[in-house]
Design a protein around this ligand. Structure first.
Ligand SMILES: CSC[C@H]1O[C@H](OP(=O)(O)O)[C@H](O)[C@@H]1O
Ligand SMILES: Nc1ncnc2[nH]cnc12
Length: 291
């Protein structure tokens, strides 16, 4: 058993987490480069919290320029066991309206210019992404939203596009006809890297717009997203505060296997492993590599 530490990654419009007790900031370096910002450490009740704004304070980083590996590695170094990702998203369903929160349970990765694995030449690993979010963490988020009377839908598929431009009408309709629920630009490779790092992950997707497919709504622009996020941010913070207040002291085993994702994932024979890559994997894979 290990002590539970709750990580929060803030997305568009969520650049801080007010109300953390014992707040301190630390620039955490990683072998993969610098995370998007300093990590903010604190506590809500007895639960340790680590907060990171994924685009950096002031929203300096575009989705394609975020160093997702550094962000997840830094969270791992900070001891994070469970990670909640807050994300603005567009909706493909008439009943998933702006203002609604969606606890997505599947992702489709359409990104193409991001580093999406800690592993590679010299240490090859294949983790399962069949069930990318932690069901226990999702259940806790759903309970927190309910207690805070924040409207929240459980389940849904988030398609992650490269961006930074929003989708064309043809793309939007294609995703809609494929049955996807929401669209954003950041959950991938974040969720994949969290799984490789054996961190339990969940996305709280906050609907801000109908992208550009809806005949009764204008095509999304940044002003729409900001307007809705101004209303969403306070709700998201309340859900996080409630989640933290009710969080267990010890890390719970994840039914999706996040806590032991690397048990059977590494293919490369010990004798064929690259010492330089193994050194970089000290935090992410230290449990199985014996660092
Ligand atoms: C400002 S609209 C597009 C932007 O918003 C979402 O960011 P995040 O997931 O970090 O909340 C979307 O993925 C885009 O990065
Ligand atoms: N329609 C949309 N497409 C991609 N990312 C988004 N973030 C918020 N709304 C979005």
């Amino acid at each position: 058993m290990s002590r539970a530490v709750l990580g929060i990654i803030g997305g568009s419009g969520v650049y801080d987490l007010p109300g953390l007790a014992d707040l301190r900031e630390e620039a955490v370096g990683t072998p993969w480069g610098d995370p998007s910002d300093v990590l903010r450490f604190g506590r809500i009740g007895e639960t340790s919290i680590v907060f990171l704004p994924r685009h950096g304070r002031g929203h300096r980083l575009s989705p394609s320029d975020i160093n997702y590996r550094a962000n997840i590695d830094a969270m791992k170094r900070a001891g994070v066991t469970d990670l909640v990702s807050l994300s603005a998203c567009g909706s493909f369903k008439p009943d998933l309206q702006p203002g609604l929160f969606v606890l997505v349970d599947q992702f489709v990765d359409r990104t193409h210019r991001r580093e999406s694995s800690f592993f590679g030449a010299g240490c090859v690993a294949h983790v399962s992404m069949a069930h990318p979010v932690g069901p226990g963490l999702v259940a806790r988020l759903a309970a927190a939203a309910e207690k805070e009377s924040v409207a929240c839908r459980r389940g849904g598929t988030y398609v992650c596009m490269e961006g930074p431009q929003f989708s064309s009408y043809a793309e939007s309709n294609t995703y809609r006809h494929l049955g996807y629920d929401v669209i954003g630009m950041t959950a991938m490779p974040e969720a994949k890297l969290a799984r490789e790092a054996e961190i339990t992950y969940a996305t709280l997707a906050m609907v801000t717009d109908f992208d550009c497919w809806h005949p009764e709504h204008d095509a999304v622009d940044v002003a729409d997203v900001i307007k809705v996020m101004h209303r969403n941010t306070e709700k998201a913070r309340r859900v996080v505060a409630r989640l933290a207040a009710d969080f267990p002291r010890e890390r719970e085993d994840c039914p999706a296997g996040s806590h032991k994702a690397l048990d059977t994932a590494i293919m490369t024979a010990p004798s064929a492993r690259d010492p330089a890559l193994l050194a970089k994997l000290d935090a992410v894979a230290g449990r199985v590599l014996g660092h």
